[in-house]
Design a protein around this ligand. Structure first.
Ligand code: FBP
Length: 340
């Protein structure tokens, strides 16, 4: 049964025409990301058949062992973005610094990427994803620098993710709601299947690697204890669902309501998730709250992160988590309460 729904490209053209704040290059940038996603989805499905599983032997700038699909993902996305001529630079989990891509007056954007999120799932046929955040360059015509991406998450012109699971889903926001599209093999298009996503007001899942429970701050341990106590009036206990892929867990949080968190632990003193391509891209429209709390904990003002040695791969102990990318308020434990 082929769907007759609106395609991702048509939708992005409409968003651009109907919303003055949406940049005119959005449809072309998303088209490049969706082309790369289509290629990656195919390569992930056939990876075991063509020797694309396993490690490459090196590690990325934050010390994670790199999978072959990490590298393939990075190359595929970089090539698709380069073809547009609109991207001055890319900040990627797999690259040490911001990588210049195109020069010239049309190259006005920097894209932050986690090319293959959840790469620990590749060899077990588990869900993986791609996360992206698009920002304007400081000055047209100059290659993007790290300084272009050190602003607040709310300065992104668009952001979202692709989830490679039983189906391939492309979800994005450009500040005018959140929409999800599913790949339709028959039409050869991403088709709108999840219009104007609004997470449920109340969820009952939590998602965290409880293996680190005893290393977490006592207040976080109390929060976990609170979630696991039996109290139907407050929808507790929450069910623990942890897939090993941030994208898959956040997709659930969007659709069914969930708390995902990755607090600081012995191995990850600042938490594990990297701010620019694993935190800021989520709910660019309503994550100001999340981004602000992450920055506040590190004593950085909201307006600008202080340039540091390798700002591209800065981590943030993501305690307060997003529940939905829609404009309804996420339910989070008040900062003060979490520290009493
Ligand atoms: P990468 O796979 O891109 O490095 O992302 C980090 C991540 O894999 C998240 O997707 C996931 O939620 C978390 O780390 C899993 O970490 P751990 O294995 O320590 O629980």
């Amino acid at each position: 049964m082929s769907t007759t729904g609106i395609t991702l490209h048509q939708h992005s053209l409409e968003q651009q025409q109907q919303n003055a704040h949406v940049v005119e290059e959005l449809p072309e940038l998303l088209a490049a990301l969706s082309r790369a996603a289509r290629t990656l989805a195919r390569e992930i499905r056939r990876a075991a058949l063509v020797g694309q599983l396993g490690l490459v032997g090196g590690s990325n700038p934050t010390g994670d062992a790199q999978k072959k699909l990490d590298i393939l993902g990075n190359t595929t996305l970089m090539e698709a973005l380069a073809e547009t001529g609109l991207v001055a630079a890319v900040v990627s989990e797999e690259l040490p610094e911001a990588m210049p891509v195109s020069s010239g007056s049309a190259a006005r954007y920097v894209v932050c990427l986690d090319p293959l999120d959840g790469s620990s799932n590749t060899d077990i046929n588990g869900p993986v994803g791609t996360i992206f955040g698009i920002r304007r360059c400081g000055a047209a015509g100059q290659s993007g620098t790290a300084a272009d991406v050190l602003g607040s998450g709310s300065e992104q012109v668009a952001s979202g993710y692709v989830m490679y699971g039983p189906g391939t889903v492309f979800v994005y926001t450009c500040g005018a709601g959140v929409n999800g599209f599913t790949w339709d093999d028959e039409r050869g298009e991403f088709v709108l299947t999840h219009p104007d996503i609004r997470g449920p007001r109340q969820g009952h899942y939590d998602s965290a690697n409880l293996g680190h429970y005893h290393e977490w701050h006592p207040h976080i341990q109390r929060f976990i204890d609170y979630l696991t106590q039996h109290d139907p009036l407050t929808h507790r206990p929450y069910s623990l669902h942890y897939t090993g892929a941030l994208v898959a867990d956040v997709h659930r949080s969007l659709l069914e309501g969930e708390l995902y968190f990755y607090p600081a632990d012995a191995e990850h003193q600042q938490g594990k998730l990297r701010l620019l391509y694993e935190c800021a891209p989520w709910p660019s429209s309503s994550s100001r709250r999340v981004a602000a709390s992450a920055q506040a904990r590190r004593g950085c003002s909201r307006s600008r992160l202080k340039p540091c040695t390798n700002a591209c791969h800065r981590s943030s102990a993501a305690l307060k988590m997003w529940r939905c990318m829609s404009h309804s308020r996420p339910t989070v434990v008040p900062h003060e309460e979490a520290h009493t």
